[in-house]
Design a protein around this ligand. Structure first.
Ligand code: PMP
Length: 395
């Protein structure tokens, strides 16, 4: 593609588009891309329909409709104990997907280094690349062993310390984490905070799975609440994962006024403002979050357990995730040694789609023995996937 910019040439088609097309072609049970095959609560849809009738269907204010910004600010203050001014500190974006590049573009200059953890969700790296910055990956290493691995991924302190240089402008922290399901511990976040303060770096936190944690001993912790971090953290989240409404693309960035102004400087030119009726409905969703979200979390947890048990039974090593939408597994005990070959086999011969994990690594070889399954599906979809895996992979 000679016309494609040099910046984007290595990343022309993302892995989710490629695998979903292959899955559709082979009518595979799609456990690849992270979107539910069911919709979130009906009341949110009704709220959107009502908003469409009652409110003008015109551009929303650039930073978001006030009722939604208030709901986000109250929620953030409740969660973190920090003050949050809805006028100056909250920006509504087109999903977290826009909030990420808006945050990087708004704060970093071409040539700056931005640290991220690998494996990473692809938009973390692309947000850095689009801003002309250099991604600096720090590896979350797999715990050794076979079978069910709990506490499966961790970075090495020395490697994180070494990643901070005179050129470091920011670090992207995604907790709970996609694709591993890792929930960063207080000790890990404390080290990240210490290094951000020491190197005057900002933290861009992708918290889209913040409500989807399954283990009371591993709650989501906000980096913004650590000493010295409130003025240097941009906290991102969105409606999609929390409420199983990924198609809505309502997200937000919360930061103190100086950093919020940076995010807004980019957001005003990326999308300017977000679908007005959906913002009113998002405010209603957040108002009823405590009642709406726990049933979704229980469904995810039981899917995780069922799929993990089935994969273990088939002989894969399972990196048991304490949160989120995904399970990562090592399939090499089945006689395969390449994630793309294994995924082609899964889709074309067995009829189940998953994501090859080398796509999530800058050091691609680290992902070669790994595959990612999504469990954010109807229980019957998980059952159908398990049935096909059992029929095709049984030892
Ligand atoms: N961040 C992470 C870690 C994700 O997994 C996803 C969606 N898969 C997003 C951001 C995108 O969020 P949104 O749908 O709100 O744009």
């Amino acid at each position: 593609m000679p016309r494609l910019s040099l910046r984007l040439q290595p990343y022309s088609t993302n892995i989710f588009t490629t695998i979903t097309a292959l899955a559709n072609q082979h009518k595979a049970v799609n456990l690849s891309q992270g979107f539910p095959d069911f919709d979130g609560p009906e009341f949110i849809k009704h709220a959107a329909a009502d908003a469409m009738r009652v409110h003008p269907n015109q551009y929303a204010p650039m930073a978001g409709v006030p009722v939604l910004r208030h709901a986000i600010a109250e929620r953030f203050s409740r969660d973190t104990g920090l003050m949050c001014n809805p006028e100056t500190d909250v920006t509504v974006t087109c999903g977290c997907t826009e909030a990420l590049p808006a945050s990087v573009m708004g704060t970093c200059n071409p040539g700056d280094e931005v640290i991220l953890f690998e494996p990473f969700f692809d938009i973390h790296r692309s947000a850095i690349i689009l801003a002309g910055c250099t991604p600096v990956p720090v590896t979350l290493h797999r715990a050794p062993g076979t079978g069910r691995i709990t506490a499966p991924f961790a970075f090495k302190e020395a490697e994180l310390r070494a990643a901070f240089t005179g050129k470091t402008k920011a670090i992207v922290v995604n907790t709970p984490h996609n694709p591993t399901g890792k929930v960063f511990s207080r000790a890990e976040l404390s080290l990240i905070a210490e290094l951000c303060v020491k190197h005057d770096a900002i933290a861009i936190c992708d918290d889209v799975y913040e409500r989807l944690t399954f283990d009371d001993a591993l709650p989501h912790i906000h980096l913004a609440a650590f000493a010295g971090m409130a003025d240097r953290t941009i906290t991102l989240s969105s409606l999609g994962k929390t409420f199983s409404m990924t198609g809505w693309k309502i997200g937000w960035a919360v930061a103190r006024p100086e950093l919020s102004a940076c995010v807004r400087a980019a957001h005003q030119f990326l999308t300017f403002s977000i679908a007005t009726p959906l913002q009113y409905a998002a405010a209603e969703a957040l108002r009823r979050e405590a009642e709406a979200v726990p049933p979704l979390v229980s469904r995810l947890k039981s899917n995780r357990d069922k799929l993990a048990d089935a994969l273990l039974d088939l002989g894969l090593t399972v990196y048991f995730p304490p949160s989120g939408y995904f399970i990562m597994a090592d399939f090499t005990s089945l006689g395969f040694d390449d994630d793309f070959k294994f995924v082609h086999h899964l889709i074309e011969r067995i009829g189940v789609a998953a994501i090859p994990c080398s796509a999530f690594y800058a050091n691609a070889h680290l992902g070669k023995p790994l595959v990612r399954f999504a469990f954010c599906k109807k229980p019957e979809t998980i059952d159908a996937g398990i049935e096909r895996l059992r029929a095709g992979l049984k030892r």
